[in-house]
Design a binder for this molecule. Sequence first.
Ligand code: ADP
Ligand code: MG
Length: 348
Amino acid sequence: MHTKKPTPLSEIGEFGLIERITSNITSKHASTIKGVGDDAAVIESGNEYMVITTDLLTEGIHFNLVYTPLKHLGYKAVVVNLSDVYAMNAVPKQITVSIAVSNKFSVEAIEELYSGIYLACEKYNIDLVGGDTNSSMTGLTICITAIGTVKKEDIVYRNGAKINDLICVSGDLGAAYLGLQLLEREKVLFEKDHSLTPDFAGKDYLLERQLKPEARADIVAFLKEKGIKPNSMIDISDGLSSEILHICKNSGVGCRIYHNKIPIDPQTLMMASEFNIEPLICALHGGEDYELLFTVPLTDYDKISSVKDVHVIGKITVADEKAMMLTGEGNLIELIAQGWDGMSDHRR
Ligand code: ADP
Ligand code: MG
């Protein structure tokens, strides 16, 4: 008998796997407005929509406890979920938190983790409403689900980008990736020589971006205040390039972004040069920035220019023009999704 050889996960990657296991879903309920395929699912709830998103963090894959304080980890685990809620132009209200812990953790250690979770709940005005607790053979796993609400007319998907829209990004990009490289470098040095103390001088912003990221609640609030409703939006968890491609693919459009418009912090520039990496590569493919990437109609140019910490980095084009970046030297380069791939790099 001929048996089919099992397909290695690495052959199709994370997105291929999600596609494979979800492509046959059909909704049974009219209240399921949007299922798989955006930053959060959208469910009808009276006059509003409820948005729901979940993220799983695994020790040794998403975080290394050698240099990640548990309090920071708890904070970050909440924030990464809230970021997906804001990416739908919604406001997060509740979370559930599920953990699996091995016996290497003490009660106090888990309390420390929760002190970070509760700190994020205070800062973002979130109620922790449940979860699950389990044991684990290998370490710590945290799964958080966030629930938010949005007026029906305010919901923003990945698939609404229109030709000639302005492409906007909040904050700056690439710093979290370099924060991680810095922590990894210092860990290796410390393992070789325990008398060394880490050299983090002048690199506080990079560490903060990696260890204690924030979700852009402020940007969603500003947009509302200015009467701007993006045509499309996504949060940047996997790097600008991968996220812009999601918007283009889902919206059936192309884009042109400009290298010299991509916001990069001076500490990112300095660290990149120390590591001998092109800062642009960190911004395009680094990930974990948790900034918002969105598109607005060209007519909103004046309004969007007045929003603090938002940068216009390009425009939406027809699909045939593909997703391109114009470099400082005037060359057009096609954008590729080279973000972290959970199946091969073990980080996302
Ligand atoms: P994000 O980076 O915004 O968290 P992901 O890339 O993780 O989004 O997920 C993309 C989409 O696929 C989301 O709609 C998510 O809910 C869905 N998804 C991811 N993994 C699974 C799974 N195992 N089963 C069903 N849906 C999934
Ligand atoms: Mg997202």
